[in-house]
Design a protein around this ligand. Structure first.
Ligand code: BG6
Length: 479
């Protein structure tokens, strides 16, 4: 019998660029995602120099929440969501990123959205940067290679904190700040940091340099936010894919342990306010130059986060001595020595389905940091079939979510983990981040739109809609 906390935040998660559309409306400037074409499983999305007329950019229209926000939020309200995690499109507020003054029309759009959420009793949970850096900052400044971009981000954060201080309590600075540890796939450094690695450069070093600037930007934003409203809860957000040892061979165990530093590096700094010694050793060993300025240690120490938000979709496994054939493979996080786990099935996109890995993750993260955790993404990307009568029986999705909710409830009720909430990813069908497809659907609300951008955009409820509504109503008792 479930005894989840009474105020547990059952919700849903989205990101502005994946569902808003209206990419050139209300004075919005192009963002780094607006120059990304559609790809597919195993086919990378192209990053074009600028927006090219004859190319298809799926995020431009996305699912047009921009025009439908009232209807969509009404559906979220009907589902009973207690919170909605979304982001504020940075380039809607600062179209180029380096302006002195924000774009009032963009600010007004988010006032409208937040008011509508509040009207339906839905608590907004806001990510400041979810792959939406203004393109101009990436092209002209090299994104977070440049320290100047730290100031632009902090200005953006400050504007949002001031404007929405009475409407938003839960914030996160950077979405999945750590996914760029996989430097083999250019998608991550581009979307996270606005960075393209040039020929002859050491990608890992560039990644740490941009990462340092982001960590400084995050810490400064946290400090500013707390001045503006001490009641703010400001978190970090990381992608967490636990890495298992393939066997009890101590070499496999140690390899997994060491590989996990790829997952821990960013949250270690965000939460402990200082660089971990294993990272300093790595910088020394590799001769990496990290652009530390006077005062940076103080900034990091003062700007630690209140909670850790994370995404959990899958686990991965490493075996010592395994061939390095997975580099650049999103599913294995580009890990050398990544191998398949014989105990785990995968989705059609190769993502391992491992609910126990969620309980394992909650325990490991809580033991390590002892601050509240928030599962701000989890879900099952799959092709859905619509029956002749229009029904969508997404039983596999329900199974996936059910097993993960069981795992999180065990972590809370049995293990005693402090967990603020659970926001399944893509509560309504949206454009996939890694592939740009529409057919990789996560939603409990179907949107009539295909990979090529055809469709009426009509919304309809899937079987999971009523199922999740019941989960929320019973505070997780009826799964
Ligand atoms: C996370 C991102 O990496 O995973 C989301 O924060 C993304 O933006 C989600 O959509 C799922 O990935 P995908 O590629 O299946 O959309």
């Amino acid at each position: 019998m479930s005894t989840m906390p009474k105020d547990f935040l059952w919700g849903g998660a989205l990101a502005a660029h994946q569902f808003e559309g209206g990419w050139d409306q209300s004075g919005k400037g192009p963002s780094v995602v607006d120059v990304m074409t559609a790809g597919a499983h195993g086919v990378a999305r192209e990053i074009t120099e600028t927006v090219e007329k004859d190319k298809f950019y799926p995020n431009h229209e996305a699912i047009d929440f921009y025009s439908n926000y009232k209807e969509d939020i009404a559906l979220f309200g009907e589902m009973g969501l207690k919170c909605l995690r979304t982001s504020i499109g940075w380039s809607r507020i600062f179209p180029n990123g380096d302006e002195a003054e924000p774009n009032e029309e963009g600010l007004q759009f988010y006032d409208n959205v937040l008011d509508e959420l509040i009207k339906h009793g839905i608590e907004p949970v806001i990510t400041l940067s979810h792959f939406e850096m203004p393109l101009h900052l990436a092209r002209e400044y090299g994104g977070f290679r440049s320290r100047k971009v730290v100031d632009f981000f902090v200005r953006f954060a400050e504007v949002c904190f001031n404007r929405y201080k009475d409407k938003v309590t839960y914030w996160m600075t950077f979405n999945e700040i750590n996914n760029k540890m996989d430097v083999e796939n250019p998608l991550f450094l581009w979307t996270n940091s606005g960075v393209i690695v040039k020929e002859g450069e050491n990608a890992k070093e560039i990644m740490y340099q941009a990462g340092h600037h982001e960590l400084i930007a995050s810490a400064l934003a946290v400090t500013k936010g707390k001045e503006i409203n001490p009641a703010f809860e400001i978190g970090a957000m990381v992608s967490h894919v636990p890495i298992y040892p393939y066997s009890s061979n101590p070499e496999d165990v140690m390899l997994a342990e060491e590989s996990m530093r790829q997952r821990y590096f960013f949250p270690d700094v965000h939460i402990r306010g200082a660089y971990p010694r294993y990272a300093l050793k790595e910088f020394e060993r590799e001769g990496y130059n990290i652009p530390f300025e006077d005062g940076d240690e103080e900034i990091l120490k003062n700007g630690t986060v209140d909670y850790l938000g994370f995404s959990y979709y899958m686990s991965t496994t490493v075996r010592s001595g395994a061939a390095n054939n997975t580099t650049g493979n999103i599913v294995n996080g580009g890990l050398a020595n990544g191998v398949e786990n014989p105990y785990i099935q995968s989705s059609d996109w190769g993502w391992a389905i491992d609910p126990t890995g969620l309980r394992y993750t909650l325990n490991r993260l809580y033991d390590r940091y002892q601050i509240p955790l928030f599962i701000v993404e989890n879900g099952f990307g799959a092709v859905d079939t619509m029956e002749e009568d229009g029904a969508i029986h997404d039983t596999q999705r329900i199974e996936y979510l059910k097993s993960h909710i069981e795992a999180l409830e065990k972590a809370v009720e049995y293990d005693g983990v402090e967990l603020l909430g659970y926001t399944p990813w893509g509560i309504i069908d949206i454009v996939s981040f890694t592939t740009g497809e529409m057919k990789k659907r996560y939603g409990m609300i179907h949107v009539d739109r295909d990979n090529e951008g055809n469709g009426s955009m009509k919304r309809s409820k899937k079987e999971s809609f009523d199922w999740y509504k019941k989960v929320i109503e019973t505070n997780g008792k009826q799964l």
